[in-house]
Design a protein around this ligand. Structure first.
Ligand SMILES: NC(=O)c1ccc[n+]([C@@H]2O[C@H](COP(=O)([O-])OP(=O)(O)OC[C@H]3O[C@@H](n4cnc5c(N)ncnc54)[C@H](O)[C@@H]3O)[C@@H](O)[C@H]2O)c1
Length: 447
């Protein structure tokens, strides 16, 4: 983390080139020169390998089984019973049984090397996202990763470098970008309702302590990072929607951030109250501050306030404030004020705007989507993912988004550790943000 992005990139370039050669050579497919492969050729049906079939992987599997144009060919998990369960779900849905990979924590490599697949999805804990995606891309498969992609700056560059060298897509499965309100606000912004966009405020504000401890009080994988890290440890749900409203990488990019964390009390209090003062989890020294606040400034002068607030008692709230030269919306508070439309100094409910600014994807898919997780956002995202690969198009959320949204974690940690010092956010697109067209999400057609 102390290395400059440039130095690190040069190093990764060298090692990644070596790694690519080894991976293709090792497979005996050295003749498959990546330069000849297009990242955008249609694949119908999309043949999928799913790595990690715990809670999230199983949710995604159930959606895939209800979407046309894909087939789940292989499943992988270090826990054989979870992979078996996934096989059963697929069989019970009337599809052929997928192959199972359960030998060890690197068995995804065998999956990537032996299966004929178009896409490998990583729904493991975060530490495995980049190894799985890199392995998939080096074996000529597209990759998609659950959020966030990684905690490490180096791994952000590794994803970008590998996608570019192998000409594979690496999609970010950031479902919050597909929520009803998020896409409604996107349409408001694109339609000019808020004027010129100036600021967004979003936050992953969700008391998730209940899933960080086992029933015996032991620390689960989600809690381990609380011991050693202090920053925004789960940034993409909140920064993703703001980045889309602001056309990040499509006319603007993140420039720098500053971050500050409060002291840490919530994990300790929870452990004491639920497992007793003498439980080892109550005696741990948690580093992660209870309220993490990060400010991001873009090159075009827009700002984002980003909260990570996941260890104090509170109701779930993402905020979703978008503010421009003509007014603002506070999405989750159901308030809007538009100059010339709302009475001065007053708020309106968003009710009068919801029909007018309903996103076309929601108009078409809303009924079925609503049966799935995160208020239907999961279904809309997976629909877009499968459609993109079926039609040979770039998925909405690409490797540059994966890198720039995930890197908020390590850079916020760096800022917190250095008394909220400003930290530059690398330009993962290397200048392409200036000419990339805005995301055509509003024109998306459903079939
Ligand atoms: N987008 C969302 O809204 C959302 C919601 C929940 C979780 N997630 C993300 O999904 C990912 C998984 O979370 P989860 O809740 O399903 O966790 P989980 O613990 O329920 O499932 C993870 C699964 O991965 C398996 N696994 C671990 N290491 C593996 C390896 N090397 N190879 C193959 N399998 C391996 C585990 O055995 C487990 O079955 C995390 O990155 C999490 O942040 C996203």
């Amino acid at each position: 983390m102390n290395q400059t992005p440039f130095t690190r990139r040069q190093l990764l370039k060298a090692t990644a080139a070596l790694g690519t050669g080894m991976a293709f050579g090792g497979l005996g497919v050295a003749s498959k020169t990546p330069a000849k492969i297009s990242p955008y050729s249609p694949a119908d049906p999309v043949r999928i390998g799913l790595v990690g079939v715990g809670g999230r992987g199983t949710d995604l599997l159930r959606i895939l089984l209800n979407l046309k144009g894909n087939v789940v060919c292989a499943v992988c998990d270090i826990l054989p019973e979870r992979a078996e369960n996934a096989q059963t779900i697929v069989r019970e849905a009337g599809h052929p049984r997928p192959t199972r990979y359960t030998r060890d924590e690197r068995d995804f490599q065998r999956l990537c090397e032996t299966e004929e697949l178009d896409l490998v999805i990583a729904a493991t804990p975060v530490d495995w996202h980049v190894p799985v995606c890199v392995c998939a891309m080096k074996n000529n498969k597209h990759a998609a990763t659950e959020v966030h992609a990684t905690y490490e700056l180096e791994e952000c560059w590794q994803l970008v470098e590998t996608a570019e060298q192998t000409h594979r897509q690496c999609a970010l499965l950031e479902n919050y970008c597909y929520g009803y309100d998020v896409l409604m606000i996107l349409k408001m912004v694109r339609g000019g309702l808020l004027g010129e966009l100036i600021h967004a405020e979003t936050g992953y504000q969700h008391d998730v302590r209940g899933v960080r401890f086992g029933s015996d009080g032991s620390l689960l994988w989600r809690a381990q990072d609380m011991l050693t890290r202090n920053g925004n440890l789960y940034p993409t749900h909140a920064v993703g929607p703001a980045a889309q409203w602001m056309n990040i990488h499509r006319g603007d990019r993140f420039d720098y951030l500053v971050s500050m964390s409060s002291k840490s009390r919530g994990m300790h209090v929870y452990a004491e109250e639920h497992f007793g003062k003498d439980h080892p989890s109550a005696k741990q020294a948690y580093q992660q501050g209870d309220i993490s606040t990060t400010l991001i400034r873009t090159v075009n002068g827009l700002t984002i306030t980003l909260y990570y607030d996941a260890q104090l008692p509170r109701p779930f709230d993402m905020i979703y404030r978008a503010q421009g030269t003509k007014g603002l919306i506070l999405g989750t508070a159901d308030r809007i004020h538009i100059e010339g439309r709302t009475r001065p100094e007053e708020w309106e409910s968003t009710a009068g705007y919801r029909e007018e600014y309903a996103h076309p994807l929601w108009k078409t898919l809303g009924l079925v989507a609503g049966q799935y997780g995160h208020g239907g956002a999961d279904y809309i995202m997976m629909y877009r993912l499968i459609e993109a690969f079926r039609k040979g198009q770039p998925f909405d959320l690409d490797v540059y988004d994966a890198a720039a949204w995930s890197v908020i974690s390590p850079l916020s940690e760096q800022s917190v550790a250095e008394r909220s010092k400003p930290v530059d956010i690398p330009d993962f697109t290397r200048g392409k943000w200036k000419t990339n067209p805005p995301l055509e999400i509003l024109e998306a057609q459903s079939s």
